[in-house]
Design a protein around this ligand. Structure first.
Ligand SMILES: [Zn+2]
Length: 71
């Protein structure tokens, strides 16, 4: 028998990307941030990442704070 029995390493989640911060003054972001906090407090991990995705995807037009990294 010459079958390679390489064991695939288990998928490592590793370092999660930093959570997006809500944009100051954006009501939607603030609401999502609050929802994310509540989800985390409830141990609802998927709810937390849902909010992260939504915050990240929320458009805000040109940013003034960080001109060096066009998102
Ligand atoms: Zn927003």
């Amino acid at each position: 028998m010459n079958s390679p029995t390489t064991m695939d390493p288990a998928p490592v989640l590793g370092l999660l990307p930093p959570e997006p911060a809500p944009v100051a003054g954006c009501e939607t972001c603030l609401r999502l941030a609050r929802k994310r906090q509540a989800a985390r407090a409830a141990g609802n991990g998927s709810g937390v990442s849902d909010c992260n995705v939504l915050i990240r995807a929320h458009p805000h037009g040109p940013r003034r704070e960080d001109p060096s990294s066009p998102a």
